[in-house]
Design a protein around this ligand. Structure first.
Ligand code: ZN
Length: 542
């Protein structure tokens, strides 16, 4: 058992590096100090460092260390040092970051039987971030330290990043650093191992050779405001949005399937009218957003599908409204009303074109001012990305003087493009060869089988290691994402140049993002370090 890894993990977990906060900096500092103490880096100070992320409100940094071997063949070991919030620990919250004292506190909570058994076994380490993913990070750090004392055939590059749990600003900005290091040291990037925790299926460790994608479509519906007394004069945007919700939420029609693996269906995270104060009228606008996970459906296809769904939603709602009106009229002596509404559906880029049509000279400065205002609100945490996206849509509708019923559809950050290592041009076999080697080593040494998964659907930084040949749609995405630019961007051309096959391979963990989050002590201290040593040596031999 490698007790050093356990000590490392204890220290890493004790830093409550909450994602999207200045607390992440302390974790970066700890990792940097760890590297600084390694004799190899004392001798070669130009090979490690801390790189602050440009314009980051929390001044977070990437931490890296490169150990040169005899050849330029390089394996990148990476992990994120941020963790999700600890509110789920309830009364045990004060102990969430203390791996020694937490088990006694967890015993007092109404946790499930399996977790209780795992506490009693002593074979599991509990704590926020223990599994996701400070365990993997500790394994990578210790492996680097060990390799630095006696470098072998290939080179090892370690990279720790922030913000994976929020917007992956760490990995998105690390692409430039990775390209720079490759250039400066003439490295050949053969494989990237993202040491995220692994799950098991029927006793076999699941290794992912790709990562599923995610985008966040945002839908703003404008209806027609009216006094509730004459509600048939209005058009309720909540009703239209509800139809869009039911046509998409958990819908099997929207699922990507690949080789027997299915992406989870879309699910909504927000749905609300836009009234700021209550009044007795049919609301004017309502908005919502949903997570769309997938393997190959492009942002353009998602946008097209949602626009079609929105058109149908308007038509269905209006036709039902007519029916309700007929019923109402049968009971009341009113004049016959005509439903003249002709709702329109715009993608965000179409709305921008309408704005430019309305006032070609005025629109660019207007948009710039709006963008600047949104930036300030985001920084002050008065808005989050999806809220800011809705705000931009509303402001543009007003600029374009569109007051009649319509829907606007676009995207809010983040975008995690799907990436399958087997689809990287010229490098199709590399990740699979490593999987095969890991599998045979794991069976032989530990009697534990491994299975290959094409896509990890948990989202990961591997989305930014390469651009999958099946991914098309970066332009449609950027044109329909109001915050695209300084506030959020992905350098696709740099990622295309990086083009490194990636696998998700780390210690066995359970219940990620829950208070019973835990990592296997055996995997952490023994099995994964040994398999990692072997797979790196294997890649260097190729
Ligand atoms: Zn993670």
């Amino acid at each position: 058992m490698n007790e050093r890894i356990l000590e490392l993990l204890k220290d890493l977990v004790s830093i409550d590096s909450l994602t999207s906060s200045e607390r992440e900096r302390e974790a970066a500092e700890y990792i940097y100090n760890f590297l600084e103490k390694i004799p190899y880096f004392k001798k070669n100070p130009e090979l490690f460092g801390k790189r602050e992320i440009p314009a980051d409100p929390f001044k977070r940094a990437l931490v890296y260390g490169l150990v040169r071997g005899k050849t330029d063949k390089t394996v990148i070991l990476t992990g994120h040092y941020d963790v999700v919030d600890s509110e789920d620990y309830g009364p045990a919250r004060a102990y969430a970051f203390d791996i020694e004292r937490l088990p006694d506190r967890l015993r007092l909570l109404d946790i499930d039987e399996e977790s209780k058994r795992d506490i009693e076994s002593g074979e599991w380490i509990f704590g926020r971030g223990a599994a996701d993913m400070k365990a993997g990070l500790a394994v990578c750090m210790e492996h680097l330290r060990e390799y630095a004392s006696n470098p072998g055939e290939g080179s090892l590059l370690f990279l720790a990043v922030p913000d994976e749990e929020s917007y992956s600003v760490g990995m998105r900005s690390a692409v430039e650093l990775l390209l720079e290091l490759r250039r400066r040291h003439a490295l050949l990037y053969r494989l990237l191992i993202d040491a995220e925790p692994s799950r098991r299926a029927d006793g076999a460790q699941v290794l992912s050779v790709g990562t599923g994608g995610k985008c966040l479509p945002v839908i703003l519906v404008q209806g027609k405001k009216a006094h509730i007394r004459s509600c048939f004069d209005g058009l309720n945007p909540i009703g239209v949005l509800a139809k869009i919700f039911f046509a998409t939420e958990l819908s099997a029609e929207c699922i990507d399937v690949y080789e027997g693996e299915a992406a989870p269906p879309p699910t909504w995270a927000f749905f609300k009218d836009m009234k700021e104060i209550y009044d007795a009228s049919v609301p004017l606008q309502a908005a919502g957003y949903l997570s769309a996970l997938g393997f190959y459906t492009t942002p353009g296809q998602i946008l097209e599908r949602l626009c079609a769904i929105a058109r149908t939603a308007f038509a269905d709602y209006l036709s039902e409204m007519r029916g309700h009106y007929e019923d109402y009229r049968a009971k009341s002596a009113f004049e016959i009303r005509d439903f003249h509404m002709r709702p329109r559906v715009f993608s965000f880029s179409e709305l921008k074109a309408k704005c430019a049509q309305e006032d070609a000279a005025g629109f660019p400065p207007f948009y710039e001012a709006l963008y600047g205002d949104i930036a300030k609100k985001l920084q002050a945490k008065a808005l989050n990305y999806p809220q800011a996206t809705i705000l931009a849509m509303r402001e543009l509708l007003s600029f374009a003087r569109i007051t009649s019923p319509c829907a606007v559809i676009g995207f809010a950050p983040p975008l995690y493009p799907p990436m399958l290592s087997e689809r990287l041009p010229g490098r199709e076999r590399e990740a699979v060869r490593c999987f095969e080697r890991l599998r045979s080593d794991s069976r032989e040494l530990y009697g534990i089988d491994m299975v290959k998964e094409y896509y990890s659907v948990g989202l990961s930084d591997c989305s930014y290691c390469a651009v999958d040949s099946a991914f098309a749609g970066e332009d449609v995405y950027s044109e329909n994402t109001p915050l695209w630019g300084e506030l959020y961007n992905i350098d696709f051309s740099a990622i295309r140049r990086l083009n490194v096959p990636a696998v998700l391979f780390g210690p066995y963990g359970k219940d990620f993002h829950q208070c019973t989050e835990r990592v296997s002590r055996f995997d952490l201290c023994e099995r994964i370090p040994e398999l990692m040593r072997r797979v790196c040596a294997f890649v260097f031999e190729q």
